[in-house]
Write a protein that binds this ligand. Structure first.
Ligand code: MG
Length: 276
């Protein structure tokens, strides 16, 4: 009896399978070709060679922002108060379009604190930025008054530059921090007199019709090849006093900070960017 029952069940299930295969297409057997695509092929980019003093030179498709020669890619930056007032990205541009007055010498770019911030003439959206900077040997001062500068992403989000080698300050204001927001994962600082490298991968925000973020800006930063920010959400602008503000904007410049303090000015070299 039990054998008959099992046979009937087997027959029914067989009929069901045949019914299914008769009604629906049978998926083809997977082969390796089915999960491979050949076009489009990624563009070829030649990596940069190692230059003098270990500097990594720009890859073949980079926009070179400073190669040690001149400041043709830069201009004097407008007052920051302008930047948070309007949605018009032309506000990010200098109204007078005056030349950047920082000092170019010996292949380096050195901050001129009297001349104020500088920024790129070109505006950028999503990008990969390479920038090298050096705190002068024998730097004096403490905390935030010791080699302070900064890289403002799209003109308004500051990645802090500071001497954080054996020099403490608030954690979310040290080198590698998103200023007043997110401390670096580790302190990867080289000592004064040696070059530091930031490789910054940035994704621009998108906005809702009411001007608030639909998607936040995010940033990943390698400091001397060491991960210090990992897909960090940027909450808004990075003011010295007050909370982050959300300002609707489009593409923006790379802005470098001339911080008003008494410590010796820092230098930059080998600055390049790739939009993606
Ligand atoms: Mg700063």
């Amino acid at each position: 009896m039990k054998i008959i029952a099992n046979s009937i069940l087997l027959l029914l299930s067989t009929v069901t399978i045949y019914g299914q295969t008769g009604k629906y297409p049978i998926p083809p057997v997977m082969t390796h070709e089915m999960t491979e695509f050949w076009t489009p092929q990624p563009d070829v980019v030649r990596p940069g060679k190692t230059g003098k003093n270990g500097a990594i030179l720009p890859p073949s498709d980079a926009v070179v922002l400073f190669d040690g020669q001149d400041l043709s890619q830069w201009e004097k930056a407008p007052d920051k108060s302008v930047l948070v007032k309007g949605k018009d990205m032309s506000k990010f541009k200098s109204s007078e379009n005056t030349n950047a007055q920082w000092i170019v010498k010996d292949g380096m770019l050195t901050v001129n604190k009297q001349a104020g911030d500088i920024q790129t003439k070109q505006l950028f959206g999503d990008f990969q930025l390479h920038i090298e900077w050096r705190i002068p040997e024998g730097i004096q001062g403490e905390s935030q008054l010791r080699g302070n500068s900064g890289v403002f992403l799209q003109g308004i989000y500051e990645v802090q530059i500071l001497d954080s080698y054996n020099s403490e300050t608030y954690a979310n204001g040290q080198a590698g921090s998103i200023y007043k927001q997110t401390a670096p994962l580790v302190n990867a600082m080289n000592p004064p007199g040696e070059w530091n490298i930031y490789d910054i991968i940035y994704t621009a925000p998108t906005f809702k019709p009411d001007g608030t973020y639909r998607t936040y800006p995010t940033v990943t930063i390698l400091h001397n090849g060491i991960l210090v920010q990992h897909h960090t959400r940027i909450m808004g602008t990075t003011p010295y006093i007050g909370l982050p503000q959300v300002v609707e904007h489009g593409k923006g410049p790379i802005r470098l900070q001339a911080h008003a303090d008494e410590s010796a000015p820092i230098s930059f070299r080998n600055i390049w960017i790739r939009e993606w």
